[in-house]
Design a binder for this molecule. Structure first.
Ligand code: ADP
Ligand code: MG
Length: 341
C-alpha cells in the first residue's frame, strides 16, 4: 500500500464543516465571523509519551485528546485538526484501529481531520487543532493563564492523580524507593483498580464543554498535563500572583480512593500526594474565579456535566504554598514533569 492509498483509506473523509478537506495542497477553513482562531500543536513520541505496545485505538484517542484539552483550556470550540504521522510501516490492522480511535473522539467533538503529512520513520504523531473563540465588544473571550487575581478561588475539574497511579503500577514503581534495607517490593494494584486508573492514563476526556462554559466566568485557566503544582505555577507566574492549596482537598480528587478495592495502606500517603500534586497526564482544567462567581462556576459545571472542586485561593504573595486540613504549612518537594530537566 502506497502513501496516497494509505491516506485515502484511513484518513480521508468527506469535509463537513471545512470548505476543503484532505486532498489538496491546503485545506480551507471557514471561521465564524466575529471569532478568533485558537491553534495548538502536540506531539506524541514512542517511549516518551506512550509504550510501543499500546493499543493503537487508544493511541489515536489520546493523540487527539491532548490537543482538544488545549482548546478546552482556552474555552475554544473545536473546528478541525491536521495530523502529521511518521510510521515505521503501513500496518493495516494498526492503521484501522488508530484511525477508529482518532475519529471516534473527533466525531464526538465535531472536530474534523482536514489534512496532514505522512512519512516513513519511527512512530511519531503530531496533531495541530484549530478552534474558535468569540470576540465580544472587541474583546476576546479566550481563557488565558494571565488573569488570576489575589482573592480568586482555585478550582480543578474532575479527578487528579489516577493516571500517574496507573503509570507507576505499570512500571512497577508504585512503592517509594526506601534507602534502608529491606527493599520494599513494588505493590501491585488490584486488577479492577488498575483497569480504572489505566483508563485515565490512556483515554483522557478533554474538558471541552467545561472550558466553553467557563468563558466570561474564569479569570485564568490551563489544562493539567504535567502535574498540578507545575502547571498551576504557570498561571501564578503569568498572572504575577501566588496561591495556597489545601492538599487534603486535592487528595480527595484521587478517584482510586473511592474504588471498592482501595484499602488503607495500599498506596503510601506520600505516593498518593505525589500522584495528585505532580502526577501529570490528567488533562483536567485548573482555573481561577472570584468568590462572587461561585454560583456561576457551579452552573458551568452543571451545564457541562463536569464536577469541579475548589482547592485553594490566589494571594498577592508570589509562590505556591501547601497546607493540610488544619491549615498547617507542608514542606517537602513535589516536582512536575519537565522533558529537559
Ligand atoms: P503535499 O506533498 O502537497 O504536502 P501530501 O502529498 O503530503 O501533500 O498529502 C496529500 C494530501 O493528503 C494533503 O491534502 C494532505 O493534507 C493530506 N494528508 C497527508 N497525510 C495525511 C494524514 N496523515 N492525515 C490526513 N491527511 C493527510
Ligand atoms: Mg503540496
Amino acid at each position: 500500500m502506497g502513501e496516497f492509498d494509505l491516506i485515502e483509506r484511513y484518513f480521508k473523509r468527506p469535509a463537513k464543516r471545512a470548505a476543503l478537506g484532505v486532498g489538496d495542497d491546503c485545506a480551507l477553513l471557514r471561521p465564524t465571523p466575529g471569532t478568533q482562531l485558537a491553534i495548538s500543536s502536540d506531539m506524541l513520541v514512542e517511549n516518551r509519551h506512550f509504550f510501543a505496545d499500546v493499543d493503537p485505538a487508544t493511541l489515536g484517542h489520546k493523540a487527539l485528546a491532548v490537543n482538544l484539552s488545549d482548546l478546552a483550556a482556552c474555552g475554544a470550540t473545536p473546528l478541525a485538526f491536521t495530523l502529521a504521522l511518521a510510521l515505521p510501516g503501513a500496518d493495516e490492522a494498526w492503521l484501522a484501529a488508530f484511525s477508529s480511535g482518532l475519529f471516534a473522539l473527533a466525531d464526538a467533538h465535531g472536530c474534523e481531520l482536514i489534512g496532514g503529512d505522512t512519512t516513513q520513520g519511527p512512530l511519531n504523531i503530531c496533531i495541530t487543532v484549530f478552534g474558535e473563540v468569540p470576540v465580544l465588544n472587541g474583546k476576546s473571550q479566550a481563557l488565558l493563564r494571565s488573569g488570576a487575581k489575589a482573592g480568586d478561588d482555585v478550582y480543578v475539574s474532575g479527578t487528579l492523580g489516577d493516571a500517574r497511579l496507573a503509570l507507576d503500577a505499570l512500571r512497577g514503581t508504585l512503592a517509594l524507593p526506601t534507602l534502608a534495607p529491606p527493599l520494599e517490593l513494588a505493590p501491585a494494584l488490584p486488577l479492577a483498580l488498575l483497569a480504572q486508573t489505566r483508563q485515565r492514563l490512556e483515554r483522557p476526556a478533554p474538558r471541552v464543554a467545561l472550558g466553553q462554559a467557563l468563558r466570561g466566568v474564569a479569570t485564568a485557566a490551563l489544562d493539567l498535563s504535567d502535574g498540578l503544582l507545575g502547571d498551576l505555577t504557570h498561571i501564578l507566574k503569568a498572572s504575577g500572583v501566588g496561591a495556597t492549596l489545601d492538599t487534603s482537598l486535592a487528595l480527595n480528587l484521587l478517584a482510586a480512593r473511592q474504588h471498592a478495592d482501595w484499602t488503607p495502606g495500599l498506596v503510601s500517603a506520600q505516593k498518593q500526594l505525589e500522584c495528585v500534586l505532580s502526577g501529570g497526564d490528567d488533562y483536567e482544567l485548573a482555573f481561577t474565579a472570584p468568590p462572587s462567581a461561585r454560583e456561576a462556576v457551579q452552573t458551568a459545571a452543571r451545564l457541562s456535566a463536569t464536577p469541579v472542586t475548589r482547592i485553594g485561593h490566589i494571594e498577592l504573595e508570589p509562590g505556591l504554598r501547601l497546607v493540610d486540613a488544619q491549615g498547617q504549612r507542608l514542606s517537602g518537594q513535589f516536582f512536575s514533569f519537565d522533558h529537559f530537566a
